[in-house]
Design a protein around this ligand. Structure first.
Ligand code: BTN
Length: 325
C-alpha cells in the first residue's frame, strides 16, 4: 500500500472529522509538505477532501470511485482483481486497454476499469454508452485452458455472473437474453463483450468486458436507446455503490470460473437456463447476412442456440441478435 492509500484509509476512518496535517505527518512519518502533496494526488483521483489551515483535512462524503484501493478493500477473491487493477478516469475502451496489457503478458485476473469510456464498444461494431461516474465499465483478462470453440461459453458464464451479482446486491430480478444481454423488465441493463486471442489451436487469452448501467438517470440516455435501456437506479429508485457491485461481480466470477475449470460448463448451463427462459419461445435471430424465425429447442453445452424453423429444420446458431416474437 502506498502512502496516499494509507492517508485515504486514515481519512475514511475519521469520516466527517478533521485531522490535522501535523497528526497525519506524525502517523506516516513524512513532512507536512509531503502530506499536502499526497492530498493533491488524492483530490486528482476524485476524493473530495476539504482543507483548512487551522483544522487540517476532512473527507466530506463516502466516495464511490472505481479505484484499485477501493475495489481491493475487503475483496474476497484469490485471483480476480487480486494482483493488478488498472483504473482510468477516462479511457477509449477497457477492452482495448486490457487487450494491450494481455499482449504484454498481464496475468489472469487483471481488471481494467474506467469511470468513463470515449469509445466503449458493443457487439457487432455498436457503441456502448459510457457516461462518467454512472456505470461500471470493466474488463477482465482470463487465460483459460480451453480450445477456441469453447470461448463463447465464457460469455454465457459471464451473463450468469452478472445476473447473480445484480440479484445479490439489488432486489432486482434480472433475465438473460442469449447470448450476452442482461435485461430487467425487458430493457437492457448490462452487456458483455468477449474478445479472444488464440495461438494455434489454443486460447491465449480472453478479454471479458462488461458494461453495467448503475446510477444512470433516464435523462442521461440518448433518444435512440431511451426506450430499450435501463439502469439499477431507474429500476429501483435507489443509488447503489459501484464498488460494492464490482466486488460482488469479481467474487461471483471467481466462484463460477472455478466451477467451469473443475466441472465444465454443464452446471453453469443449468443456472443459465433458469435465468434465461428462452427454451420453447418463438424468436427471430438476426445474423447480419440472414434471419431465422422459429422455436428455440435448446441452448446446448457448447452455448449454441438450437432453433427449429417453421419447416421443422434445425439450425445451430453460434451468434446473432435475438428478437422475441
Ligand atoms: C453489448 O451489449 O453489445 C456489449 C457491451 C459491452 C460493453 C463493455 S463496457 C466495458 C468493455 N469495454 C468496451 O469497450 N466494451 C465493454
Amino acid at each position: 500500500m502506498d502512502t496516499k492509500d494509507k492517508i485515504i484509509l486514515n481519512l475514511k476512518a475519521n469520516m466527517g472529522n478533521w485531522i490535522s496535517g501535523e497528526q497525519l505527518s506524525k502517523n506516516f512519518e513524512i513532512s507536512r509538505a509531503a502530506i499536502s502533496k499526497q492530498i493533491r494526488k488524492l483530490r486528482q483521483m476524485g476524493y473530495e477532501i476539504v482543507s483548512s489551515p487551522r483544522k487540517g483535512y476532512l473527507l466530506e462524503s463516502v466516495s464511490d470511485l472505481l479505484l484499485a484501493n477501493e475495489i481491493k478493500e475487503g475483496l474476497k477473491t484469490k485471483i480476480l482483481g487480486r494482483k493488478d487493477i488498472v483504473s482510468f478516469t477516462e479511457t477509449d475502451s477497457t477492452n482495448t486497454q486490457a487487450k494491450d496489457l494481455a499482449i504484454k503478458g498481464a496475468p489472469e485476473g487483471t481488471l481494467v476499469i474506467a469511470e468513463k469510456q470515449t469509445m466503449g464498444r458493443g457487439r457487432r461494431g455498436r457503441a456502448w454508452f459510457s457516461p462518467k461516474g454512472d456505470g461500471i465499465y470493466a474488463s477482465l483478462i482470463l487465460r483459460p485452458t480451453i480450445p477456441p470453440s469453447e470461448a463463447p461459453l465464457i460469455t454465457l458464464l459471464t451473463a450468469v455472473v452478472a445476473a447473480e451479482t445484480l440479484k445479490s446486491v439489488t432486489e432486482l430480478n434480472p433475465r438473460i437474453k442469449w447470448p450476452n444481454d442482461i435485461l430487467i423488465n425487458g430493457k437492457k441493463i448490462a452487456g458483455i463483450l468477449t474478445e479472444l486471442s488464440m495461438e494455434m489451436d489454443a486460447v491465449d487469452f480472453v478479454i471479458v468486458g462488461i458494461g453495467l448501467n448503475v446510477n444512470t438517470p433516464v435523462s442521461c440516455f440518448d433518444e435512440e436507446i431511451k426506450d430499450i435501456a435501463t439502469s439499477v437506479f431507474i429500476e429501483t429508485g435507489k443509488r447503489f455503490e459501484r464498488t460494492t457491485l464490482i466486488k460482488k461481480y469479481l467474487e461471483h466470477y471467481e466462484a463460477y470460473y472455478e466451477m467451469f475449470n473443475k466441472k465444465g460448463f454443464k452446471p453453469i448451463l443449468q443456472k443459465w437456463k433458469a435465468l434465461a427462459d428462452i427454451i420453447g419461445r418463438r424468436i427471430t435471430v438476426d445474423m447480419i447476412s440472414k434471419k431465422h424465425v422459429g422455436q428455440v429447442v435448446d441452448v446446448d453445452v457448447d452455448g449454441v442456440l438450437v432453433l427449429k424453423d417453421d419447416n421443422g429444420k434445425l439450425h445451430r446458431i453460434y451468434s446473432g441478435d435475438v428478437i422475441f416474437a
